[in-house]
Design a protein around this ligand. Structure first.
Ligand code: SF4
Ligand code: SF4
Length: 123
């Protein structure tokens, strides 16, 4: 039993470390990975479909400055990443495909309020 343990320790010493030095080293992301949203405010038609379909009430429509719109304002999605399930229903339902999920997963925060992303933060 002791010999078995020593053999296991010796073989583990030869193996690569199981953890990576994040963020310098990162695992490859799978093709179907879903990360932080990206919003194109110029093509959002302010329909609220994303907010209505969201199963976790993650999206709130908020007023935002949009210089490209005639009024200079828009009502667009604000996303609380802390509540997000990354299910991609919002992307699926978006009629203009201006809201998509990227492969970006790097959004660790110290303050919970920083998980709330206003429309301009998602561009
Ligand atoms: S990915 Fe899913 S949970 Fe997250 S905001 Fe979109 S619909 Fe809501
Ligand atoms: S992001 Fe898409 S679904 Fe959401 S309000 Fe804009 S156009 Fe509509």
């Amino acid at each position: 039993m002791i010999i078995g343990s020593l053999v296991r320790v010796a073989s583990n010493i030869k193996r690569r470390p199981a953890t990576l030095e994040f963020p310098e080293n990162r695992e490859a992301i799978t093709d179907n990975y879903r990360g932080i949203h990206k919003l194109d405010m110029n093509t959002c038609i302010e329909c609220s479909a994303c907010a209505r379909i969201c199963p976790n009430q993650t999206i709130v429509m908020v007023e935002v400055d949009v210089p490209s719109k005639p009024s200079g304002k828009g009502i667009m999605p604000e996303i609380n990443l802390e509540r997000c399930l990354f299910c991609a229903l919002c992307e699926e339902v978006c009629p203009t495909k201006c809201l998509v999920l990227t492969k970006d997963y790097d959004f660790e925060k110290f303050d919970r309020r920083d998980f709330i992303k206003r429309p301009e933060d998602l561009e």
